[in-house]
Design a protein. Sequence first.
Lengths: 308, 193
Amino acid sequence: MNIPVCHTPAQIWAVASGKGGVGKSFIAANLAMAFAAHEQRTILIDLDLGSANAHTCLGINQTQHTLSQLLNHRDMNINNLVERGHNPFIGLISGSDDDFDMANLKHFQKLKIMRNIKHLDADYIILDLGAGTGFNTLDFFLFADQGILAVVPEPTSIENTYRFVKSLLARKLKSLPHQSQTLIHGILNKQKKTMGKVQSFAALLNDMLEKHPKHGQIIQTSLATLNLNLMVNQVIDPADIKLGESMQVVFQRYFTLALNYLGYLHHDAHVVRALKQRESYFQLYPQSRNATCLLRITEKIITKQHSS
Amino acid sequence: MSQQQTYYDILNISPEASALDIVKAYREIKSIYQPNALATFSLYDKHELETINQQIEEAYAVLSNSAARLEYDKSINKPKSQKQINKDKTTSLQSRQPSTQEVETRHTMQSVAIPDKVNGQSLRNIRKAQHISLEYIANTTNIPKAYLKAIEHEDIALLPGKFYLKSYLKQYAASIGLEPDQVWEKYQSQLKD
């Protein structure tokens, strides 16, 4: 693939999911490897604060630096924290051996990390986020240019993904003008009284557009900045692949959000084998179906970015 | 203005869908909203799923019947029939020479009744109902698209000044078949509110 050299600011991608154990770190690390295979300068940042293990997925066993150094040293240049991997195009900012209170990042620390990420010298930056719906995770997800929701075809994963998106929207709406927020609360309270529970986000937006058009449009404008993507991991049956398309339809109906289905990765026992060998899956099995899928997904992303 | 779902929206297809597309879409959408489906897990309760399935059945019953579909298509294209009713209120459109598909749209476009409340959203809805793009208006009026967008979003601060707002709004109104002066009056009073 011939891809022109890019000197635009790095595109930031965040990988998250409501549930743990769906393969966020695996997806983030191997997506980063696939970008690097296209000769794109890529940096993976382990933001699974307090439970960092992206370095293991990337096959980097010894790390010299950690993200905590950025917070502990006033004049630290974030570019000096980047560990180099097997491929000259791949870099890692590890969370390995970080401070024990790293999981409870303070607001100003979070802003400092965000500010510094913008100064990284790269084409693509991948954020490997922690599970759950904590403010830090939601804020880093919203901070990214593009967000990937990682799911596996299991009810628990789907349930937690929807919960994550609801929390994300609630967090996003917090940044709206006070008057809009008051009106939203009014409609939600009315829904609870009359229907016994809060209805879909689409129903809320519809009510807002009907009763308070100006504020409804403010919500629509705010949502327009949200770029949601989906990856289905550990696919076994053809029906699992269809899950992504079905979720696109459901997202549109329930949340009025466009969900871009990036693609899927197959269930593969070699993933655990690569981890046991302390090697990157992508590096160890470059001919695997999943490596091919990742290359195809990243190629699409790169082509799209260059054409826009 | 609320966004009412059409039968086409419910089946997740375009209004140009063929009979075969409708059958396929119906099967797919039924599988998504069946009680044990994975994709909707935890989002809807039993009652809500029943309501959605009723809507799907209703949409399919109409769209799979060609006569009923034709009738339905007419009913959802109300803006066009309203235009016919209000022929007497026609306004002259400035003569320009667009070169796209919109030429046809424009030639068939009659004047449109001005709603009681004129704001950015209502103007946008009237424009969209006639399938007129902002690019087309920008090309024919030489008004930058960003300013046309600002009018539709009532983001007046983006415009160079009040004089321009009046001038741009009137040209915009004429482009979508509305009486410019009346639109300006109502839009202005709405902004003051």
